[in-house]
Design a protein around this ligand. Structure first.
Ligand SMILES: C[S@@+](CC[C@H](N)C(=O)[O-])C[C@H]1O[C@@H](n2cnc3c(N)ncnc32)[C@H](O)[C@@H]1O
Length: 256
């Protein structure tokens, strides 16, 4: 087992985050690149998705697993940091079941949620009802947004890019709809700095492709560098409680 080799065995959290890594791209099956995608001059190759109908697991179980796995104290602390400073109208790609909703600062006037999973959106209903911040469901595919240019004051993305078939297209779309100078707030797991860990990430990828379409070695730095966004704040480190294959977290801000 990958996790037997590399896990910090400290709690249930490692198992949980491992499961997240193995499941966090499921809805990407349903996401198709739209006709509005523009070619990029960046050097990061696009990951072409292979859309196919989702089965019972993808439609009903995976969104519930995400909600369970990403709803603990540690992820709550991360969400609080990542949401800090958001204000005005915010685009959130990969909204999931709305777990960021309780962490939104009062300065946020609305959230435009992009999420392909009807189950995840249904699971978000209680959090939306409990929140003073109104939510507009604004489509199901971050790779092709039916939203105007220069529309949003900020954007939010938490543990999403690893599962979008063409994450480069999604970042281009985010850059397009952000007002000039507005920022994407992000946290993503991805490519580890240690060759030994990267080897295990690459060994784990085929399994992930079968189970969930989630990349363990998602090169977050390269994706951002190839995007029209400019990274203005960045930290990257292993989440101590997580398996190293899935626990190298990139957190920061990138400005349009
Ligand atoms: C691991 S979950 C994270 C959910 C949420 N951001 C959170 O922090 O709890 C990844 C989410 O991305 C969504 N997703 C997958 N493909 C997508 C796409 N092409 N566009 C937008 N969201 C997508 C999935 O349906 C899922 O809800």
């Amino acid at each position: 087992m990958i996790t037997d080799v590399l896990v910090d065995h400290s709690a249930l959290v490692p198992v949980v985050l491992g499961i997240v890594a193995l499941t966090c791209a499921g809805a990407g099956y349903a996401a198709v690149r739209g006709p509005r995608h523009r070619a990029s001059a960046g050097s990061v190759p696009a990951r072409r998705g292979h859309p196919r109908p989702m089965g019972f697991y993808g439609r009903h179980l995976r969104p519930r697993l995400h909600t369970w796995a990403l709803n603990d104290r540690i992820t709550g602390e991360v969400r609080e940091r990542v949401c800090s400073g958001l204000a005005g109208d915010v685009l959130e790609i990969g909204y999931g079941s709305g777990l960021n909703q309780p962490h939104l600062p009062p300065a946020v006037t609305g959230v435009w949620a992009v999420e392909p999973s009807a189950t995840a959106l249904a699971l978000s209903q209680d959090r939306r009802d409990a929140s003073p911040v109104p939510v507009v469901v604004a489509g199901g595919d971050a790779q092709s947004l039916d939203l105007p240019d220069d529309r949003f004051d900020a954007a939010l993305c938490t543990w999403v890019l690893c599962g979008i078939p063409d994450a480069r297209a999604a970042l281009e779309e985010v850059a397009r709809v952000l007002k000039p100078g507005a920022s994407l707030h992000f946290v993503e797991h991805g490519l580890a700095p240690d060759p030994d860990v990267v080897r295990w990430q690459r060994r784990g990828n085929p399994l992930n492709k079968v189970v969930s379409r989630c990349l363990l070695d998602n090169d977050v730095d390269a994706l951002l560098a190839a995007s029209p966004l400019t990274v203005t704040a960045r930290s990257a480190s292993y989440e101590k409680a997580a398996p190293k294959v899935a626990g190298y977290m990139y957190e920061g801000r990138a400005t349009a």
